[in-house]
Write a protein that binds this ligand. Structure first.
Ligand code: DGL
Length: 269
């Protein structure tokens, strides 16, 4: 038993979609969330910069006495997890490896991974899946316009101009894959917020949520190491490195509830 909280970090508040999955799958666990909004977005940053930010984020969470770290951000997971594992002793769970596990359990021959430039350019999903030699064809598509559309709440008002813009943008990115893939990996923290719209555009395709895959992996690791919490009243704490009105708004849009967010200062990385 280990009642210490789980630490979770993302480039911003998009990773709250991952927090939702952790709270659903591990309802007794307390969580400390850090959004590095000062450096948002990670999706178009260099690998080196993302590694530096990820190290500082992890150090902060460890100072809060967390028992494990979840790298909620796909962009950070695709380039920084290995360095974090070499640097820190606690269990570090990224979203990529658990998602590969999820894909390998599906009956599929063709998968599309959608995400930021950084995630798609890293080719990490392709590399890791090819290592398993399962004969699954995997495509990658960067969809940089989707994060701003989610942050504008485009999915909230069906039929509005912005909603229609979201559907057209999805058609623009995904249309060419219709009838070519059976599964889509929502390889960016923000995309679970628009899963209904993705399903609408790509009728019949099954969606894979890396947040859910990571939460299941976390559960397995905590169980195996006898680290599950037995606390009856869990807590949650939210920190960001730059607290703007926009951050508060986007957090509410993604979580569909109000939360208290505290601003912290992290040494310049
Ligand atoms: N959290 C990022 C990801 O999942 C999306 C936002 C960003 O580019 O920082 O890749």
């Amino acid at each position: 038993m280990d009642n210490r909280p789980i630490g979770l970090f993302d480039s911003g508040v998009g990773g709250l979609t991952v927090l939702k999955q952790i709270q659903k799958i591990l309802p007794r666990e307390s969580v400390i969330y850090l959004g590095d909004t000062q450096h948002l977005p990670y999706g178009d940053k260099s690998k080196e910069a993302i590694i530096r930010f990820s190290i500082e984020n992890t150090k902060f969470l460890l100072r809060q006495n967390v028992k494990a770290i979840v790298v909620a951000c796909n962009s950070a997971s695709s380039v920084a997890v290995e360095v974090l594992r070499e640097t820190f002793k606690v269990p570090i769970i990224g979203v990529i490896e658990p998602t590969i596990k999820c894909i390998s359990r599906k009956k599929t021959s063709s998968v599309l991974v959608i995400g930021t430039m950084r995630t798609v350019r890293s080719g990490v999903y392709q590399k890791k899946l090819q290592e398993l030699n399962l004969g699954i064809e995997i495509f990658g598509k960067a969809c940089p316009l989707l994060v701003p559309l989610v942050e504008e709440g485009a999915f909230l008002n069906k039929g509005s101009l912005l909603y229609n813009a979201l559907v057209s943008t999805l058609e623009y990115y995904l249309g060419e894959y219709r009838d070519r893939v059976s599964h889509i990996v929502l390889g960016c923290t923000h995309y679970p917020a628009i899963e209904n719209e993705i399903r609408f555009v790509m009728d019949g395709v099954e969606l894979i949520d890396p947040g859910e895959c990571a939460a299941l992996e976390l559960k397995e690791i905590l169980e195996k190491n006898d680290m599950l919490s037995e606390e009856k009243s869990r807590f949650e704490k939210f920190f960001v490195t730059d607290l703007s009105e926009k951050t508060v708004e986007v957090a509410k849009i993604i979580l569909q509830r109000e939360i208290n967010i505290e601003e912290i200062y992290l040494p310049e990385s």
